[in-house]
Ligand binder design. Structure first.
Ligand SMILES: Nc1ncnc2c1ncn2[C@@H]1O[C@H](COP(=O)(O)OP(=O)(O)OP(=O)(O)O)[C@@H](O)[C@H]1O
Length: 347
């Protein structure tokens, strides 16, 4: 439904050249909810704005619903944009129009009759839960209600695709949850393909099917959400995951960590495991099979899209050969083992 093929975007300000998007390839099938996550300045807004040509790519093609929109005339592009709805972080409502008239606006632009507009706007307001707010003005609404108006407006022309540009970043956690539920509902009942950009793992975890990670203008990972949360392939992916799970070693331990093993040190490891490994008594087996004791410093279990993810930070207590053997044993049982450093033994 959405395809970016080798899309690059370069901004030039005088002598300054910024490569905001570098050779991006992204294929999103019909009916999917796809998230793009990245740090500030990574190129998320540029990417999503290339999908409806609010930004025109410097290179590459953008296919939406089978049509290469980079090759359209201005009039054809205007027409194609009716099939691409968009919502924004700060809602972008027309402050002088009431709720009904905001949602009616795109229908007025396409020259629809008053009756047709009424027949379209009323069910949309009902869909987003604002049937009783039709005559209120944006200033009289909460942030969540404003975003609901924006969603209804984006759906007015029956788009095939909905682009969400940090749509929940200005909302509190509870309102965020209700807006994400509405988006999931719209995806399921209307079959609309959703592309969203965010810097929040919670958003990805809550509603996305797949996720891409963007870093310095490049798409560096593309994975099913369950896979991304259980085994991110890049250091940046692991950093996002660890920040989200807040699984960082205690400060006093970090101060004692040394990067290389010494004569009398133990490795400190971060273990991530999913699937069968979660229910296998691996820690007691480590003691039996490798002679290594495990001192657990932090542990938690998360449920991510019907998959269970176990996380642990632990000290492996044994001699160098035993701890090496223990790490190999864990890896052979599909655990992701990250050695965070080494600490001096106290004995
Ligand atoms: N109109 C522009 N002119 C020049 N540089 C720009 C322009 N728009 C974006 N950039 C630059 O392109 C890079 C990517 O910006 P972009 O806004 O796409 O990132 P982002 O991931 O959406 O960031 P944020 O999360 O902070 O909004 C940044 O270095 C930014 O400064």
């Amino acid at each position: 439904m959405i395809e970016l093929n080798n899309v690059s975007k370069t901004y030039t300000n005088g002598s300054q050249v910024v490569h905001a998007l570098k050779n991006a390839n992204l294929h999103i099938p019909k009916g999917a909810i796809h998230g793009v996550i990245g740090l500030s300045g990574a190129g998320k807004s540029t990417l999503i704005r290339c999908v409806n040509l609010l930004e025109r790519p410097t290179e590459g093609s953008v296919m939406v619903d089978g049509q290469d929109i980079t090759r359209l005339s201005a009039a054809q592009l205007n027409q194609a944009r009716h099939r691409i709805g968009m919502i924004f972080q700060h809602f972008n409502l027309l402050t002088t129009r009431n709720v009904f008239d905001n949602v009616a606006f795109p229908l007025e632009l396409t020259g629809q009759s008053k009756q047709a507009i009424k027949e379209r706007v009323e069910p949309l307001l009902k869909l987003v839960g604002l049937a009783d707010k039709a005559s209120q003005f944006p200033a009289q609404l909460s942030g969540g209600q404003k975003q609901r108006v924006a969603i209804a407006r984006a759906l007015a022309n029956e788009p095939a695709v909905l682009l969400c540009d940090e749509a929940t970043s200005a909302l509190d956690p509870q309102t965020t949850t209700s807006i994400l539920e509405l988006l999931r509902d719209i995806n399921q009942t209307l079959g609309i393909t959703i592309l969203l950009i965010t810097h929040e793992m919670e958003v990805v975890k809550s509603i996305c099917h797949r996720v891409s990670l963007i870093s310095a203008g490049e798409l560096v990972e593309d994975a099913e959400v369950g896979d991304f949360f259980t085994a991110p392939r890049t250091q940046l992916g692991r950093d996002f995951l660890n920040d989200f799970l807040q699984l960082t070693p205690p400060k006093e331990l970090v101060e004692r960590l040394q990067s290389s093993p010494g004569e009398r040190t133990h490795p400190v490891v971060r273990l991530t495991f999913s699937g069968d490994a979660v229910s296998t008594p691996l820690i007691s087996r480590l003691a039996r099979e490798c002679g290594v004791d495990v001192s657990i410093l932090q542990a938690k279990v998360e449920s991510i899209q019907e998959r269970t993810l176990g996380l642990m930070i632990a000290e492996l207590l044994g001699d160098a050969q035993q701890t090496r053997q223990a790490i190999t044993y864990l890896e052979s049982h599909q655990l992701n083992v990250e050695v965070l450093g080494h600490v001096q033994r106290n004995d």
